[in-house]
Write a protein that binds this ligand. Structure first.
Ligand SMILES: *[C@@H]1O[C@H](CO)[C@@H](O)[C@H](O)[C@H]1NC(C)=O
Ligand SMILES: *[C@@H]1O[C@H](CO)[C@@H](O)[C@H](O)[C@H]1NC(C)=O
Ligand SMILES: *[C@@H]1O[C@H](CO)[C@@H](O)[C@H](O)[C@H]1NC(C)=O
Ligand SMILES: *[C@@H]1O[C@H](CO)[C@@H](O)[C@H](O)[C@H]1NC(C)=O
Ligand SMILES: *[C@@H]1O[C@H](CO)[C@@H](O)[C@H](O)[C@H]1NC(C)=O
Ligand SMILES: *[C@@H]1O[C@H](CO)[C@@H](O)[C@H](O)[C@H]1NC(C)=O
Ligand SMILES: *[C@@H]1O[C@H](CO)[C@@H](O)[C@H](O)[C@H]1NC(C)=O
Ligand SMILES: *[C@@H]1O[C@H](CO)[C@@H](O)[C@H](O)[C@H]1NC(C)=O
Length: 724
């Protein structure tokens, strides 16, 4: 009697709720009258339900039966797509088995000698033995959800489903670990192996034991010492009033939910499960890991609102690999850029789009310490132009539309999509320059105006209006300009686009905010020696590129301080290159007319010999001396006549070993007098009368940076006299 009483006490919670025992021989089928077994109070059901995502297949599950949405709390996860015609039977022999229409076993709980089964009002489906013992229960084989009164012992796991409506195994696991800690891991979908480190860890130092969802609705982790570790905050809503569950959701967040019973009873359909608490608190940061594709897949980012699911988003110019399954990540909508591009080319074709408060924590190429900013931003490298056939997202397709429109209304024979430059309409340029209001300067080829594009970056532009254009057709102009447009280098001013409408010939350049070398060198305060050295090296590199590194050689023909511009970081950039060819096609090989500027032109312009890249070397020599001494080449008003022409005076100073005179009052330069000497020697080589005596730009750069020794340059004056 005492034994029986004890037995009844132990079994009391189950027996009290189990009004209906499921007897041996009972069957369920996905279709028909008997599709599920319902608990005595009708709260829970065990059986088949068709999938929302594919009503032709079924899931064997347990769900809240009184809630309109029939929220699933357990499912048979080895096969989540059971075909119609399958059958679940508690066989007369005492085995529960799920068979497909052909009679093949799909699933069974691997227990025998079952006496009867019961769907309990706790949500637990139990197989009992003859002696009333529990042979199998769904609470002991949980999937992604635990319910009040359910306990997960050491070794148990919750495994999220793949998506809200896809019950196959997902990407996250909650593990009540044998070592006394509770941890959440991400899983590799293909292999289900766990990624380390966990994205949440109870850090209970081995003292934890089992995860409990008690009947009043608190979720905690019991410890050996008796003091439980809180997992979610205490939920004081009465179980009499609320349904409760805690689920490791498909997005990897462990959420505790409540649902008011009375809304279920009154069938208020739009009442939803309310999130009471969740883990981890800062999901997107917690989940960030160095290895694996992360919660949202490659090229994506994560945003988190605990009440909704974690959102995976694609950056601009990227789209989901599979918009139904966003966790697979994003792919760029532009062609990957060639590794052949140097930094400048890459900056030409790509721009950096700021994204506020977003970080890819392990994607840094470089990190500066200390980092003071609280709000993080990343700069995303995106293409400046769209690639053919790409589908840009709505906020970035203006350009694309613009270009397409242009294509149909302008020079139809040219495939602009294949070319790097943008064709502007005259109207656009008129707007961007506010009616050609602000002049930046004027040169041999035309007037330059300041402007600003109405693009997302508000790009500053300098518009050169060419007035001495030879009568070329729009098409020829466009093609010629595209050649310039393909010339990219850090030390060249970038051509952004052009306009060749009617008689207008406009070139649109990036705006250089720090003016020209002319202002830099000659407008009062002397720039520091180091800065000047940087500028000289920059000009040299730009010229080297034009002469020797771009696909077809470009001779500038008008290198002078006004044509060397400085960007906001004082990086020297050569402007107006390529125009020689554009302006007078027949001019570079025969000297029918002089292009160039007094004081900077090479002597051969006045002789009947061919013009080569060595004319630029000469001009560079002049500029180099100007940079060293911070004075103009020709200063006729100067008191000492011997100093009036810098190229002569520098030669004199060099020959007499008095280079200090050239940099008088410039302590920094005097301190670096060896470098001053090196630079002057290079300049004197560049200034050789005979073009073939002048070094190539490659040699110039090597001599400037000291990687080759510099022979003493021949005295130009003596060379001239020896020639004569
Ligand atoms: C269910 O089975 C148990 C034995 O496991 C029995 O004690 C109980 O009376 C049965 N309940 C019903 C309603 O048949
Ligand atoms: C449904 O189940 C009940 C009780 O187990 C049984 O009497 C009935 O025959 C079943 N109906 C069908 C169509 O299987
Ligand atoms: C599920 O079971 C059906 C029937 O046996 C089978 O055709 C199907 O391939 C199974 N699916 C999985 C994912 O095992
Ligand atoms: C685990 O238990 C030991 C012994 O009771 C205690 O010293 C230690 O602080 C506990 N660790 C944690 C993380 O609670
Ligand atoms: C459930 O846990 C909470 C918090 O630990 C506690 O206050 C409450 O009494 C517990 N309920 C039961 C039925 O043990
Ligand atoms: C989430 O929902 C709760 C109430 O259910 C609300 O208090 C809270 O502000 C919501 N949080 C967010 C981020 O929307
Ligand atoms: C260069 O430009 C930047 C930004 O336009 C400005 O702050 C800086 O003073 C300029 N430097 C010189 C030397 O002109
Ligand atoms: C060369 O340029 C001159 C004007 O600078 C022009 O008169 C002449 O026709 C051009 N020759 C050719 C072959 O284009």
């Amino acid at each position: 009697m005492a034994l029986l009483l004890l037995f009844l006490l132990i079994q009391a919670p189950f027996h009290a709720q189990a009004s209906e025992n499921i007897t041996l021989g009972s069957t369920l089928t996905p279709q028909g009258l008997n599709t599920s077994w319902i608990s005595s109070s009708g709260e829970f059901a065990f059986g088949f339900r068709s999938l929302e995502s594919n009503p032709a297949v079924y899931l064997l599950a347990i769900w809240f039966n009184k809630i309109a949405t029939k929220t699933v709390v357990w499912y048979e996860h080895t096969n989540t797509t059971v075909p119609a015609g399958s059958q679940l039977q508690l066989t007369p022999g005492g085995v529960l088995s799920l068979q497909d229409p052909a009679g093949e076993l799909i699933w069974n709980p691997r227990v025998t000698n079952v006496d009867h089964a019961s769907m309990l009002d706790t949500g637990n489906f139990v197989l009992f033995g003859k002696d009333g013992s529990i042979k199998w229960e769904s609470f002991a084989s949980p999937t992604d959800t635990i319910l009040p009164s359910q306990v997960l012992p050491k070794g148990a796991v919750l495994h999220s489903r793949l998506m809200d409506k896809d019950y196959s195994d997902g990407r996250f696991v909650l593990s009540v670990e044998l070592d006394g800690n509770l941890r959440f891991y991400t899983l590799a979908v293909s292999s289900s192996s766990r990624y380390d480190p966990p994205y949440w860890d109870s850090h209970t130092g081995g003292n934890g034991s089992s995860l409990v969802f008690n009947t009043t609705g608190s979720v905690y982790y019991t410890s050996n010492s008796g003091q439980p570790f809180k997992i979610t905050s205490e939920n004081l809503d009465s179980p009499a009033d609320y349904y409760k569950r805690a689920t490791l959701d498909a997005d990897g967040v462990f959420r505790q939910y409540v649902y008011p019973r009375k809304s279920a009873q009154t069938s208020v359909l739009n009442t939803e499960w309310r999130v009471m608490d969740y883990l981890p608190q800062d999901f997107c940061k917690a989940i960030a890991a160095e290895i694996g594709s992360g919660v949202c897949g490659f090229n994506s980012y994560c945003s988190f609102n605990p009440n909704k699911s974690v959102e995976c988003e694609c950056p601009p110019y990227y789209s989901f690999i599979d918009s139904e399954r966003k966790y697979k990540g994003c792919k760029p909508e532009f062609a990957p850029h060639s590794c052949d591009l140097d930094d400048t080319e890459s900056m030409q074709q790509f721009s950096l789009l700021p994204m506020i408060n977003i970080n890819w924590p392990f994607g840094d190429y470089e990190r500066y310490n200390p980092i003071g900013a609280i709000v993080g931003s990343v700069f995303l490298k995106v293409p400046r132009t769209s690639t053919p056939g790409s589908q840009l997202s709505s906020n970035s397709n203006t350009w694309k539309k613009e270009r397409s429109r242009k294509k149909s209304t302008q020079v139809q024979s040219i495939n602009y999509e294949a070319l790097p430059l943008r064709a502007f309409t005259y109207k656009e340029i008129e707007q961007a320059t506010d009616g050609f209001r602000e002049e930046l300067g004027s040169g041999a080829s035309g007037i330059v105006y300041k402007g600003q594009l109405q693009d997302e970056f508000g790009t500053g532009i300098a518009v050169k209006r060419i007035d001495k254009m030879l009568a070329e057709t729009e098409k020829e102009f466009a093609i010629e300009v595209q050649t310039i447009g393909r010339t990219f280098h850090r030390n060249l001013v970038r051509l952004l686009g052009f306009c060749g409408e009617g008689r207008e010939r406009l070139l649109v350049y990036e705006l250089m905010t720090n003016g020209s070398l002319n202002g830099f060198l000659f407008s009062g305060t002397r720039p520091t020696w180091n800065l000047r050295v940087q500028v000289a090296l920059g000009v040299a590199r730009g010229l080297l590129y034009l002469h020797e590194e771009c696909s077809s050689q470009i001779i500038h023909c008008d290198i002078k301080p006004q044509n060397i511009l400085l960007d906001e970081n004082l990086v020297a950039k050569i402007s107006d290159f390529g125009l020689a060819k554009l302006l007078r096609k027949n001019q570079t090989q025969t000297n029918t007319g002089i292009r160039g500027t007094r004081g900077y032109v090479a002597p051969e312009w006045f002789k009947n010999i061919g013009i080569t890249s060595k004319v630029d070397i000469y001009s560079f020599g002049v500029i180099l001396l100007e940079i060293v001494s911070c004075r103009r080449n020709v200063e006729l008003e100067i008191a000492d006549e011997e100093q009036a022409i810098l190229t002569y005076w520098a030669n004199d100073c060099y020959r007499s070993g008095r280079l200090d005179l050239l940099v008088k009052g410039d302590d920094e330069a005097i301190f670096n007098i060896n470098k001053v000497e090196r630079f002057v020697a290079v300049a004197l080589w560049c200034l050789q009368e005979e073009p073939t005596m002048r070094p190539t730009m490659l040699k110039v750069t090597q001599m400037l940076d000291g990687s080759v020794t510099i022979p003493t340059p021949p005295d130009p004056s003596s060379f001239i006299s020896s020639l004569q």
